[in-house]
Design a protein around this ligand. Structure first.
Ligand code: M6R
Length: 614
């Protein structure tokens, strides 16, 4: 979603701002713009469409300016056109904004009655006009007060009047060399460089310059100048992400690179945590986890959105089996508006790659407010969700740039598999099935097994290419393969824009079987697990109706090959780790088909990487 970059210092600002915008492109946007502070005026350029279009407008521009703000906009209020693109100018100030101003229409009505004219349909311009309106009022009452004090007072006043979650960065004429702003529920990250101060909505735009960053505290107005940042409660820390982690490194897309990083990501997520004897507890802060979460747990809610919710669904099988825990999975946008029961002993775990998803964050806050114990599984260190949860089990997938989540999902599944095994131990559960011990081993050899699966990538991509003319693609599986089927369908539709649905295999005959014919491909996840024979029966039913079957099974399985049109054989892994292997071909099928259709792999249309609004 929207992205912010700001720089003030001694260097030419424009290249830094444009570089930052390109690094934020992955978040999803539909227009872009920047404003430079140029002696006694602002130089503003905006463009509907890609950042490259904005760059094309910059010849002869920004050669001397050392201060500016820039933005990529994902339209919420008003069409994605140049007029609604940020920055927005209101009198002496120019402003960029992420998030939503919920009471913008009341404020707009009030300001309109006061004679303020608006040029866009955005809530952002309303915020800018309100600050400017208050600034003029205060300046009139206190004409001798400094321009900076007047601006700060007007910002405070306007902030009290607006409702919503947002971040803003602004500049004001007459106050050169300074940026002002606040984060009020939408993150802003800042870094002090040798030659100035850099600010962005996301670490990706900062990491290439410096890895010491500070996530601005909520509700504190900051001032940035060439010497750094001035605000209460700033805590700088070093992030272990490096610039090369946000480059494609020879891959033709970030998504493909991220798919191939999965063995490493899984290893990183487990490094130092998997007990070498595979018997002792996992190595995170055990004492604290036990105290805060698991000692008195009676019910577990796992809450997330999109791909992360599929990881939660798979984890339900793990927690029920190994930890004998009542585990309910919820989509965050539903959970937050339902009336969930938080009895004593309720633990709520939220799962999020970005750690900034608005619905997931709201669900976490609901649980925190109700007094439940909470934990997070987040990929972005220090994200809002990570910070606001009582305990963190961080995944170590590194920056994920492709909008379609791949490596973050496998890292989440890995962490959830390990966590459920660990909670089973903490709760003293006697394992009655051998899946727990085997899954320990499965986790230890997962990077190797993933490498083996990825060695067949060309074959998976080719099968994907052939799917481009199918009328509809169904993904089916049973047990832990059901959430993987849902994930396969989500990946397929977001990348290819073709209709795809995921079902529990046993549900087919309750409806979907009606539309099965030779133009329908059914991708079936059927490893040799405890549900195998049931899934085979379902496949027979599909075959009898002429459906085109692509079976993803265990290597060497000849029985399934006889009843399917195409077969993908995967190494046999343990019950808990087989789902982690099985999602890889689905990612590559979607990739192959999307490529054959000429889709934008890293930035599918209409999608945003980090969904920070409802
Ligand atoms: O950052 P989060 O994990 O909270 O994001 C949740 C969803 O928006 C995300 O998984 C989305 O479904 C992806 N585009 C899927 O590939």
């Amino acid at each position: 979603m929207c992205g912010i970059v700001g720089y003030v210092g001694q260097k030419q600002a424009l290249p830094i701002l444009l570089d930052g915008l390109m690094r934020l492109e992955y978040r999803g946007y539909d227009s872009a713009g920047f404003a430079l502070y140029s002696k006694d005026h602002f130089e503003i350029k905006r463009n509907a469409g890609p950042v490259q279009g904005l760059i094309d407008l910059t010849q002869d521009c920004g050669k001397t300016e050392t201060q500016g703000i820039a933005h990529t906009r994902w339209a919420t209020h008003g069409a994605p056109n140049e007029t609604n693109a940020h920055p927005h100018r209101a009198g002496e100030i120019v402003l960029v904004h992420n998030g939503i101003i919920e009471n913008y229409s009341q404020i707009k009505e009030y300001l309109s009655k006061e004679g303020v004219q608006f040029s866009s349909q955005t809530d952002t311009e309303v915020f800018a006009q309100l600050i400017e309106f208050r600034r003029k009022e205060i300046a009139k009452k206190n004409p001798t007060q400094s321009a900076e004090s007047t601006l700060l007072q007007s910002m405070k006043k306007a902030i009290d009047e607006v409702e919503g979650h947002y971040a803003i960065v602004l500049m004001a004429l007459g106050i050169p060399g300074k940026l002002f702003g606040i984060q009020n529920g939408a993150p802003l990250v800042v870094s002090k460089l040798k030659d100035g101060a850099l600010i962005a909505s996301d670490i990706q735009a900062i990491i290439p310059y410096h890895n010491e960053v500070c996530f601005l505290p909520k509700g504190e107005i900051f001032i940035a100048d060439k010497d750094g940042f001035h605000a209460k409660g700033l805590k700088f820390e070093t992030i272990d992400w490096t610039a090369d982690k946000v480059e494609k490194n020879g891959f033709e897309s970030f998504m493909l690179k991220e798919i191939f990083q999965q063995p490493m990501v899984v290893a990183d997520t487990l490094t130092g945590r998997l007990p070498l004897d595979q018997k002792s507890p996992f190595m995170w802060d055990h004492q604290k986890a036990h105290e805060v979460l698991w000692k008195n747990v009676k019910r577990l809610y796992l809450v997330a959105c999109g791909t992360s919710s599929h990881a939660a669904m798979a984890a339900k099988y793990y927690f029920e089996r190994w930890a004998r825990l009542d585990c309910q999975v919820d989509i965050a946008s539903e959970f937050r508006y339902r009336d969930p029961v938080f009895e004593p002993g309720t633990v709520v775990g939220v799962i999020s790659q970005s750690g900034e998803t608005a619905d997931t964050l709201a669900a976490l806050r609901l649980a925190n407010d109700a007094g439940a114990s909470t934990f997070s599984i987040c990929n972005v260190p220090n994200s809002t969700i990570a910070r606001e949860s009582s305990f963190q089990y961080p995944t170590k997938a590194g920056p994920e740039i492709g909008v379609a989540s791949t490596k973050a999902f496998t890292a989440q599944l890995t962490m959830l598999c390990a966590l459920a095994l660990d909670v089973g131990r903490l709760r003293g559960i006697q394992q009655t099935k051998d899946s727990a011990q085997k899954s320990f081993h499965g986790l230890a050899r997962l990077p190797q097994d993933l490498d083996q699966v990825l060695s067949q990538s060309e074959a998976f991509i080719k099968i994907g290419e052939k799917l481009k003319n199918q009328r509809i693609i169904l993904f089916v599986g049973r047990g832990t393969m059901y959430p993987i089927a849902l994930e396969g369908a989500l990946k397929f539709k977001e990348l290819t824009y073709l209709p795809a649905e995921g079902f529990a295999a046993g549900e087919l005959k309750h409806g979907p079987i009606a539309y099965i014919d030779p133009d329908v491909s059914i991708i079936t996840l059927a490893p040799k697990d405890e549900w195998y024979s049931k899934t085979i029966s379902n496949l027979e039913e599909i075959r009898a109706r002429g459906g085109h079957i692509i079976a993803i099974g265990t290597e060497g399985d000849t029985e399934i090959q006889k009843i399917s049109n195409e077969f993908i054989g995967l190494p046999k892994s343990a019950w808990g780790t087989q789902p982690i292997l099985s999602v890889i071909p689905l990612q590559l099928l979607a990739y192959g088909c999307a490529k054959a259709l000429g889709r934008n792999i890293d930035k599918p249309r209409n999608l945003a990487k980090s969904v920070t609004v409802e």
